[in-house]
Design a protein around this ligand. Structure first.
Ligand code: AMP
Ligand code: MG
Length: 337
């Protein structure tokens, strides 16, 4: 029953839709898509691919999601991330090179982004348990006790021996913000390796595309209105970018005494940031600007925009809690409200 409830909850959390499949006169001769949806990584994953061998290619793309999920799922006591967490304060643990790559990516993001993204946030995300513990709000004392266990600077990574060590008992890694994005990149690589030239992968808000739609038009993606699950806040044309990711306070949350508590926690304060309710980032995969939306959600409009300048060609839309939409200049003409 609990599992079913989780699935239903997550189904209602799909935050992006692909727009305009194209049904003009050319549609009659349009190549057939192969589309498959699976529930993985606590979210709905949709893969659509065109071209020869598309069905087999989509299967290999899903295999990548499964593989990365098995490595990183902290709710599975046998995953490599769980093994690292179980050994905190005791031993280093040898892991797959993909885990090392995710941890190194996350650590460099922490360094570049004021520590707003920090995958050692596990002690806090476990304490809050948003989406897992019901309407639970921890006490100030509990938050204060967890904060010293959250610090990316303490993470010890040996990328020659492929080992990871968390030096303090109670420290814990949460790759919730990183694994979907990383797996999506791997899925796109798998599709490309199978010769696919037109595809879209949507992993619960982490979208990546290959090429254009088969009619030559750019892929267009809708960003959900954070306060109306049926409506769109914006439509973005992915003509200059091939990846789009959204972090929002409507994806996993609860409301208690009229206060919304979402799944993203500021690792520096231990509580939810509230200035923005949704951030969408668009970028080119070649720029390696992955996993920015979670950090931008924490940083807010001003500091977020300032730090985003480190990633040329990467643009953002912030939606604030009073409904303002702040768009960075490079998105002008590519976004509709
Ligand atoms: P996303 O929806 O991609 O922004 O990822 C949010 C998920 O990342 C949460 O559900 C947590 O598992 C984890 N998380 C929450 N806050 C942070 C943070 N400040 N830094 C890194 N990961 C976080
Ligand atoms: Mg994300």
């Amino acid at each position: 029953m609990k599992g079913l409830r989780r699935i239903l909850l997550s189904i209602s959390l799909i935050i992006l839709v692909v727009l305009g499949a194209g049904c003009g006169p050319g549609a009659l001769f349009a190549p057939k898509p192969y589309k498959e949806t699976q529930f993985l990584m606590d979210t709905i994953i949709d893969i659509t691919a065109y071209g020869q061998g598309n069905e087999a290619a989509v299967k290999t793309a899903f295999d990548e999601f499964k593989r990365i999920n098995e490595l990183t799922n902290r709710f599975d006591e046998n995953s490599q991330v769980s093994k690292i967490n179980q050994a905190a304060g005791k031993d280093k643990v040898q892991v797959d090179p993909d885990v090392i790559a995710m941890l190194k990516l996350a650590r460099s993001r922490s360094e570049q982004l004021d520590g707003a993204l920090d995958i050692t946030v596990g002690a806090l995300t476990e304490l809050w348990g948003v989406g897992h513990k019901g309407e639970f709000v921890p006490s100030q004392a509990e938050i204060k006790a967890a904060l010293p266990l959250v610090d990316y600077r303490l993470l010890e990574i040996d990328d020659k021996a492929n080992t990871v060590f968390l030096p303090k008992t109670g420290m814990s890694i949460d790759l919730g913000a990183v694994a979907k994005s990383y797996a999506n990149r791997k899925a796109i690589d798998a599709l490309k390796a199978k010769g696919i030239k037109s595809a879209l992968v949507n992993a619960g808000g982490e979208v990546r595309v290959i090429g254009t739609r088969p009619d030559g038009q750019p892929w267009r993606v809708g960003v959900q209105d954070p306060r109306n699950t049926e409506g769109l806040a914006a439509k973005i044309s992915l003509s200059d970018w091939d990846s789009l990711e959204t972090s929002g306070d409507y994806q996993r949350f609860f409301i208690k005494d009229n206060v919304r508590y979402a799944h993203i926690i500021d690792p520096r304060t231990g509580v939810q940031p509230r200035e923005v309710v949704s951030v969408t980032i668009v970028s080119k995969s070649d720029n390696y600007a992955d996993v920015l939306s979670t950090a931008m959600f924490v940083l807010g409009v001003e500091r977020g925009q300032e730090l985003l300048k480190q990633y040329p060609g990467t643009e953002a839309v912030f939606i604030t809690n009073d409904g303002k939409k702040v768009v960075t200049p490079g998105l002008a003409g590519k976004i509709e409200f």
